[in-house]
Design a protein. Sequence first.
Length: 432
Amino acid sequence: MASKRIYDAIIYGATGFTGRYVVREFASVQRNNKNKALKWAIAGRTPAKLNQVLQNISKVTGIKLEDVDIIIADTNDENSIQQMCAKTKIVLNCVGPYRFHGEKVVRNAIEQGCHHVDISGETQYLEEMEMKYHDKAKAANVYVIGSCGADSIPADAGVKFTRDSFPGQLGIVDCYINLNAGPKGMLLNYATWESAIHGVANAHKLKKLRKEANHVKLPKTAKPVVRRGSYFESTEIQGYGVPFMGADHSVVQRTLRYLYKEKNLQPFQHMHSIAITSTLGLYKFLFFGSLFSLLARNKFGRSLLLQFPGLFSNGYFRRGGPSQEQIDGATFSLTFYSYGFKDKNKSSPDAIPDTRLVTKVSGPEAAYISTPICLVQAAMCILEETDSLPSTGGVYTPGGAFQDTNIVARLQERGIEFSVIEEPSSFNKTIR
């Protein structure tokens, strides 16, 4: 990377719903930054809207942002993306869906020697970027790290925290995701809905991509959990689990593969599910989930989903996103039920775990509060903890890139909690 850069960081997509919250979080972090002040800028298509973002945030927070520059950049004008990347050490990319807008930014970041982090939860995009650009990023010594939002830093860092807290060899980690609404209810952003639609529509391409990648299977360290269906009853949460279709499983699996190959850390089986407490809630989820999956697989169905998000999501997705009251009242948590062996020598593909530990990651609203926290701290790790990153650049998961950094402590300082909620204990039950 060239030593002379105008900016330490540029936030691209600053006028988007999530982008505005990223700008606010970055400004807040810089106000309290104990290290040297960073020179940063925001980027997007429309100068007036970018300027309005700075004015609004300054008015709400009291932070003076007159020194924050505005840069015009648009993925429809690749030259503008190239110029943006040439000016900065790192781009915080908030422009999705990434399957349409992400690759141009990744490619130009690598070519211009600029690090790149994003908040994509799009599995196909993330795996494709690794497959196409890892060697190029490595040669350029550029770090490209996707899924640096609520998808999937809480899951990836939570697995790291769980591994570090477990007194032996992990065999199984069973993660349950809870999104909790406040008094004003919960509403999610339209861009997330749009990404999910295209993800289901292109699921066949992901299968083809993985076949081409031909990854070596990781060894088993415990007897596998019986394969689960579209839903299952969980004794641990006294409710139901539905397999989470987001990026968490893919991201954690890529992390485990990297750590096994590069650091000889033993992998383990891991599952990621949405926790549902009631039978009625389960029936609603299965109905709307099945309808979504059916419609997303054909062009006419996708047009209906895109046109009427509220109708087909039971009211959880709408254009325009949630109100500030809804954001302020919401929280999230990931609970990790982990099982393994106190004596590492007892671990084997057919062994039944003898030790249980429960850990938890929790924080404020996932999409617009915790996601900016995660993204900004990912960027700060790259800027301030370079010596703790992998020895060469490349396309990494958060867990691979930040394994030896202070990412957990950084997140805790910003309000995302990591905790052991049940200490290690003897275990001799069947895992369901």
